[in-house]
Ligand binder design. Structure first.
Ligand code: PHE
Length: 454
């Protein structure tokens, strides 16, 4: 068969693919969400379950996404359709791509709000607003920001524009150029921060909070949270990684690349924990503070410490970069599809997408002020979007991808794309994909549902 090419272009090398996918994976999930949900779920035991989910569910499904993308060489909607047909099945499998596009919009809308907070804090740290701030004042700054619709709107809009400006450039000029500079910068900033936190008194305490595994503390909803977070942090189940896979060079090893991405993503989350918790403990604060952990606790801590303003600025800059390279991948599948379907240039495609996600983001942002009494199933809009995507749609999308690649796609196709040297490794992947991942996701879903109904 003649080798298909993507009309959108291709990454220059294996490393660019790894950087881009790592850029997608490493985001607010790692630095904002992972530490605070770890704090809320009691620390070590949660981390252990999360690591199992990454290894046994995340890695096999990520390989499946990349391989479907590279085989189909199109946006997830069209790649799913073509690969399904090529395997003699219905093109309706494209629904997995559609669900992913929807999840992408939903994630983007709350993601952009949090990224907006981050931009506000970069600016605030930069001009020294948080010098020697007390915890009450820091809480007031954050709550004041949440109540200030206009300021939130400004930063949310800026973030939407930043993301769209990269996607407009396309795969090579936009995405590739962005990740080539931003990702190395992110790694350097993170190591600077780690060096800083290692000097604090609370380092040992932060370490044991993360790595002291006390499984007796674990509840079923923490297990669902860990599973959902594994999908969220690896950008799985919605097509982002599939789209990036469709731009991957042919000869590159999929398994080898995916391992790198998973390792880097996990390391960044753990290091973020090792940056945040020691600072929290050094200042005698509460690790279970929830979504405000990064925005209230940390500025206070930075405000008290020598050099804290500079490090605070560096820290939020780092988070902003991470959020930026992830948000790009949330919209790339939809942008690619618009280009394929209507033959549009990326400018109109990004304008349309930008307007849609901007408007959705306004609804998410309103949950903190003008829409605070609107609830869906007991959640405010912001929490609903977060819960529905991370804990329901992404695992469900991943489940369908595993079932498709494990049971419907021709095995020969997987063998060819993965081109693994060892049959043993291939079989391990295949078993994980066909049995372990679907059973794990389905079981955790069902148990949670039963627990909720009890
Ligand atoms: N992985 C990103 C993070 O951890 C979020 C994301 C999810 C990005 C799904 C793309 C797709 O912040």
């Amino acid at each position: 068969m003649q080798e298909k090419k993507s009309i959108h272009g291709a990454w220059a090398s294996r490393w660019i693919f790894i950087l881009a996918a790592t850029g997608s994976a490493v985001g607010l999930g790692n630095i904002w969400k992972f530490p605070y949900i770890t704090g809320e779920n009691g620390g070590g035991a949660f981390v252990l379950v999360y690591l199992f989910c990454i290894l046994l569910v995340g890695v096999p499904i990520m390989m499946a996404e990349v391989l479907i993308g590279r085989r189909g060489r199109q946006s997830p909607i069209n790649a799913m359709k073509d690969v399904a047909r090529e395997s003699g099945h219905s093109g309706k499998w494209s629904f997995v791509g559609w669900m992913g596009v929807l999840a992408g919009f939903m994630i983007f809308s709350f993601y952009s709000v949090v990224a907006g907070w981050v931009l506000y804090y970069i600016a605030g740290m930069g001009v020294g607003d948080f010098i020697a701030i007390g915890s009450e004042d820091a809480g007031n700054v954050f709550n004041g920001l949440l109540a200030d619709t206009q300021t939130l709107l400004i930063w949310h809009s800026i973030f939407v524009v930043m993301v769209m400006l990269v996607i407009v450039g396309g795969v090579k000029k936009g995405l590739e150029n962005a990740v080539k500079f931003l990702m190395p910068a992110l790694f350097v900033l993170l190591l600077v921060m780690l060096g800083y936190s290692m000097q604090t008194e609370g380092f040992a305490k932060g370490w044991s909070f993360l790595f002291h595994f006390d499984v007796s503390k674990l509840k079923w909803d923490s297990v669902l949270e860990a599973l959902g977070h594994a999908f969220f942090t690896l950008s799985l189940g919605m097509g982002a990684i599939m789209a990036y896979g469709s731009y991957m060079p042919k000869k590159t090893s999929i398994g080898g690349s995916v391992i790198w991405i998973a390792i880097m993503d996990t390391l960044v989350a753990l290091i973020a924990g090792l940056v945040i918790f020691p600072i929290v403990f050094t200042n005698g604060m509460d690790p279970g503070a929830g979504p405000g952990l990064m925005f209230v606790t940390l500025p206070v801590a930075f405000g008290q410490m020598p050099g804290g303003q500079i490090f605070g600025f560096v820290f939020f800059l780092l988070v902003g970069i991470a959020a930026w390279t992830s948000a790009i991948s949330l919209m790339e599948p939809a942008a690619a599809w618009l280009v394929e379907k209507f033959g549009w240039h990326r400018i109109p495609a990004c304008t349309v997408l930008g307007v849609i996600v901007w408007a959705l983001g306004v609804a998410a942002l309103g949950s903190f002020n003008f829409m605070s009494d609107v609830t869906i199933a007991g959640f405010n809009v912001f929490d609903f979007l977060d819960f529905m995507t991370a804990n329901v749609m992404l695992p469900l999308g991943g489940l369908f991808i595993a079932i498709f690649a494990g049971w419907f796609m021709k095995r020969k196709m997987a063998e060819n794309e993965l081109a693994m040297s060892s049959p043993l490794l291939f079989n391990a992947w295949y078993i994980a994909l066909r049995f372990i991942a679907p059973v794990a996701v389905a079981t955790i879903f069902v148990i949670n549902l039963v627990e909720k109904l009890k």
